[in-house]
Write a protein that binds this ligand. Structure first.
Ligand SMILES: [Fe+2]
Length: 291
């Protein structure tokens, strides 16, 4: 079973019966990739497409580069996750394509709005689907493979997945969501470092303050619930949102990567040293160790 069983040591909403939790479906597919399929051709398209957005000020180019590099690292993480799972080769390839393209909507989003904040611009997952379709990027793939890539791209940034989603699409999307979160964690930890000047695009325009946070967000994380982007006011809220993501990881290897990279220790080093954060840190560390 590639997905974790409920741990008796943690609350009911943790890694258990959340409605968007991928079940382990029958992973056999009844289609094949064309003989001409080569992953590197899609990487080349990604490179050419994204290079066209590296324009404007050094700040703008830097923000575009953040997403180019993020996409490549998410692909590397997705490879590591698929390597730990019993996926047929076709689904591995589809998952890697979805990883490479998951944020393709970021580039037209930034070109048009100069922000990565979806609520103030466009849903970048849905924009990604439109972009891939408009450029016919997936046209050489079987329809079933196209659907899986588009589902993962279009749904990777949803707070929860739709209940009617087909099991294989849910599974592939779950892998992309994990790989994405694992890399965003590293990106944000780098930006939270006190020596790094705050970047309002990366911080989503939230207010920097050493100790302020939104109590309802802390409560949500304590209850192991996902935090809503719309509730965030302070940069500390964003750190708490990242913390809530640890409870939305699907693949056991994802939690191993969190432990191996020391994300929890680093994240809490950037949160106030108040008792409520110390106890939350203990809760999260305990939960991850039990997973
Ligand atoms: Fe994204």
């Amino acid at each position: 079973m590639p997905f974790p069983k409920p741990s008796p040591e943690v609350g009911p909403s943790l890694w258990t019966a959340a409605p968007d939790r991928p079940a382990a479906p029958d992973l056999q597919v009844n289609w094949t990739l064309p003989a001409t399929y080569r992953f590197h051709l899609y990487e080349e398209w990604f490179h050419l497409f994204t290079q066209g957005f590296r324009q404007g000020s050094a700040f703008d180019v830097g923000n575009v580069d953040i997403k180019i590099n993020h996409s490549r690292r998410v692909l590397a993480l997705a490879r590591r996750l698929t390597g730990s799972l019993p996926l047929p080769p076709e689904l591995q390839e589809v998952t890697h394509l979805a990883a490479l393209f998951h944020d393709i909507g970021r580039f037209p989003q930034y070109a048009r709005y100069q922000t990565f904040y979806d609520q103030k611009s466009v849903n970048h997952g849905l924009q990604g689907v439109r972009t891939l379709k408009a450029h016919g990027v997936l046209a050489a793939l079987p329809a079933a493979a196209q659907k899986l890539v588009l589902a993962a791209v279009g749904l990777h940034n949803r707070r929860t997945l739709p209940t009617g989603l087909a099991p294989v699409a849910r599974y592939v999307t779950g892998i992309i969501r994990d790989a994405d979160k694992l890399d965003i964690f590293a990106v944000m930890l780098a930006h939270f470092h006190p020596d790094v000047p705050p970047n309002k695009v990366v911080n989503l325009g939230l207010t920097v303050h050493p100790t302020n946070y939104t109590p309802a967000i802390l409560t949500a994380v304590r209850q192991r619930h996902m935090v809503n982007y719309l509730d965030m006011v302070w940069v500390n809220d964003f750190k708490l949102l990242l913390c809530s993501w640890l409870y939305d990881l699907n693949i056991p290897v994802s939690r191993a990567i969190v432990r191996e990279r020391g994300y929890v220790e680093q994240l809490f080093a950037y949160l106030p040293a108040a008792p409520e954060f110390i106890s939350l840190r203990q809760q999260v560390a305990r939960d991850l160790a039990a997973a």
